[in-house]
Design a protein around this ligand. Structure first.
Ligand SMILES: [Zn+2]
Length: 286
C-alpha cells in the first residue's frame, strides 16, 4: 500500500503460491515496495521515502547480500535501491519497523488485502518462487524418502543398522543423541565403530589383508568391534564401570540402538581411547 502525505495512492499484491515461507513473503513485500518507490520517483521526485515493515528480521535481512534463505529478494531490493540512489541523489530512503497491530488502520487494510490475495485463484502464468528455504526443505525431504526406501530394502542384519532401529526420519538416531557433547575424537570413533570403518583389525582384514589384524592389547585375532566392546581384558575395568550398569548383557543392539547405550559408550571411549586414530608420527626435522 502506497501513501503520499498520508493519503493512499495505490496498492499492489503478489501471490507467492504454496511453497513460500512467511519470511519469503516479508522479504518479497520489501522488494516490491522498493520497485514501487522507483516507479513513483520516476514520475514525482520526492526527497523522502519511508518503507514500513512489521518483521524486524526481514528488515535486517533485506540488505544482506550474503547467502541466506531470502537472498534473491535481497538482491532485487538492493539493485533497485542502487538505481534509485544513483539517479535521485537528493532522495533519502528509510526502512522502519511498524508494530503489527490491527488497531492501526494501515495494518488492518494490509491484512485485508493479503487475505483477498491469498484466497484468489493463482494466475494462469503463476510460477512458484522456488526460494532457497523451499529448496532446502524439499531436497531434505527427498533425501530422507530415498534413505527410507533404502532402509526398508537393505539387509538390516548388518552392524550399522543396529544404530537405526527405525526408518530414518531426519532426526538424530538415539545413540547419537546419547553421545552429544563428547569430544570430537571420541564421537568420530563411535561412528567408526558403528559403521565398522574403524581403526580396528577386522577393518584391516577387509582392505589390507597383508597387515596385522590382531588386537594390539591382548593378541586375539582378528580384533573386532565386539571384541573391543565386549571381551578385551584391557578394557575390563572401564567396561564394568560404564557399560555393564546400562546393558548387563553388553549386546551391541542395546549399546548402538539406545540413547543410554550412546551415553555409556562415549564415556567408555573417552576413558579407554580404544580404537582412536593412531597418533601421527612425531615431526622429525632431520
Ligand atoms: Zn583385545
Amino acid at each position: 500500500m502506497y501513501l503520499v502525505k498520508q493519503a493512499k495512492i495505490g496498492q499492489s499484491t503478489r501471490q507467492l503460491g504454496f511453497s513460500a515461507t512467511d519470511f519469503d513473503a516479508d522479504l518479497c513485500a520489501l522488494a516490491s515496495a522498493a520497485s514501487q518507490a522507483q516507479l513513483h520517483l520516476n514520475l514525482n521526485q520526492v526527497t523522502n521515502v519511508t518503507i514500513l515493515a512489521t518483521n524486524p528480521a526481514a528488515i535486517q535481512a533485506i540488505t544482506n547480500l550474503r547467502p541466506h534463505p531470502g537472498q534473491s529478494f535481497s538482491r532485487d531490493f538492493c539493485s533497485t535501491l542502487t538505481q534509485i540512489l544513483s539517479v535521485f541523489r537528493n532522495t533519502r530512503i528509510t526502512i522502519e519497523w511498524c508494530p503489527s497491530e490491527v488497531s492501526i488502520a494501515g495494518i488492518r487494510r494490509c491484512i485485508d488485502l493479503a487475505r483477498d490475495a491469498a484466497s484468489a485463484p493463482l494466475p494462469p502464468n503463476h510460477q512458484e518462487p522456488n526460494t532457497i528455504a523451499f529448496q532446502k526443505a524439499t531436497s531434505k525431504q527427498l533425501a530422507i524418502s530415498v534413505w527410507q526406501a533404502r532402509w526398508h530394502n537393505a539387509d538390516r542384519r548388518t552392524q550399522a543398522f543396529l544404530a537405526l532401529p527405525t526408518p530414518p526420519s531426519g532426526k538424530l538416531p538415539p545413540v547419537i543423541h546419547g553421545a552429544t557433547g563428547a569430544s570430537r575424537t571420541a564421537s568420530a570413533t563411535l561412528i567408526r565403530l558403528i559403521t565398522g570403518h574403524a581403526f580396528i583389525g577386522s577393518y584391516t582384514a577387509r582392505f589390507h589383508p597383508h597387515k596385522p589384524t590382531h588386537c594390539p592389547e591382548c593378541g586375539v585375532n582378528p580384533q573386532t568391534v565386539g571384541h573391543v566392546i565386549q571381551h578385551c581384558p584391557r578394557y575390563a575395568h572401564a567396561r564394568a564401570t560404564y557399560l555393564a550398569p546400562v546393558t548387563p548383557d553388553l549386546s551391541l543392539s542395546s549399546l548402538f540402538g539406545t540413547k543410554e547405550g550412546g551415553e555409556a559408550l562415549i564415556k567408555f571411549l573417552e576413558i579407554t581411547k580404544a580404537c582412536f586414530r593412531p597418533n601421527e608420527q612425531a615431526f622429525d626435522p632431520g
